[in-house]
Design a protein around this ligand. Structure first.
Ligand code: PD2
Ligand code: ZN
Length: 286
């Protein structure tokens, strides 16, 4: 028979862990020192992780950084090569955890890409951006694409894609904004920006009444340019190439640059780029 001695993570231990971190001691050194004092390894790791997480969160609140909220995500814990998206087996091409960025393959078929473009084509107009100063929309030189929005559930194809995304990302369909289709000709781009609404802007409280913050984005590539047009993440030096049928997903648990989700659509250099974007909100978006 084995006797298990339950080791307690006391306030004194938490204080000591924070002091070690503040003194510049690395995680491995602190862990070794706890093991040498007789702490069980699992308990020591849990104590360090939870203490430092809570400490950082308290510091963030003190500095006026918004608190994190739950965000959509695919189930990738056991590193699957494929994820079940309900009606389709989607490929996992690339995954990064901080920031959370996942590239999916085989999300849309060629026929679905073509059909979305043809449904959108007659309704294309110069893209607008949300004007957080007023809560309205405006033409913006940073965004030189043409675009249109589908209503959520507007037609069979849109309903099918929305259900697939909800399954893939474990997020309710009704929390999504309508699908937006964008067309970039040579020279068109979307300069780096954050997709969340800046809490400091006066128009933001009005925008948030409809579904809360944006918490994630999925950009689906419908037609490939020949050169340029990648989706760039300057903070992590990543460029995702716009491969037809693929998509890049990223989430942001707080509306703050610390999420490192600054991203842009690089200028198209040759050919034409078509995408469909879906922005996901915290709550039901009506
Ligand atoms: O077209 C893109 O790659 C792109 C880049 C940045 C799309 C968006 N943002 C977006 O739709 O939010
Ligand atoms: Zn964006």
């Amino acid at each position: 028979m084995t006797t298990q001695v339950q080791q307690q993570i006391t306030p004194e231990l938490r204080k000591w862990i924070v002091e070690q971190a503040q003194a510049g001691h690395g995680a491995e050194a602190v862990l070794q020192s706890m093991l040498a004092s007789g702490w069980n390894e699992d308990v020591a790791i849990e104590a360090m992780e939870s203490t430092l997480r809570e400490h950082l969160e308290r510091e963030a609140v003190q500095q006026g950084i918004p608190s994190p909220v739950p965000v959509p995500d695919a189930r990738l814990d056991d590193s699957p090569l494929y994820v079940d998206a309900g009606d389709r087996r989607v490929h996992v091409v690339h995954a990064m955890s901080n920031p959370r960025i996942v590239v999916f393959g085989n999300l849309l078929s060629d026929e679905e890409c073509d059909a979305l473009i043809e449904l959108a084509r007659p309704r294309m107009a110069r893209s607008l951006t949300v004007a957080t100063r007023t809560g309205g929309e405006e033409v913006n030189d940073d965004r030189t694409s043409n675009g249109m929005f589908f209503q959520r559930g507007e037609n069979e194809l849109v309903r099918c894609i929305e259900a697939r995304l909800a399954h893939l990302l474990n997020w309710p369909e009704e929390n999504g904004e309508g699908l937006q289709v964008l067309h970039y000709r040579p020279g068109a781009e979307y300069k780096p920006h954050y997709d969340y609404f800046d809490p400091k802007e006066p128009g933001t409280p009005t925008i948030l009444k409809r579904g809360g913050q944006r918490v994630a984005t999925i950009v689906m590539y419908l037609a490939e340019p020949e050169k340029g047009g990648g989706t760039t993440f300057p903070d992590v030096n990543l460029e995702v190439f716009p491969k037809r049928g693929h998509a890049v997903f990223f989430s942001y648990e707080r509306p703050h640059p610390s999420t490192r989700t600054l991203h842009g659509g690089a200028p198209v250099l040759a050919g034409e780029k078509w995408i469909a974007t879906k922005w996901l909100r915290e709550r039901r978006f009506e």
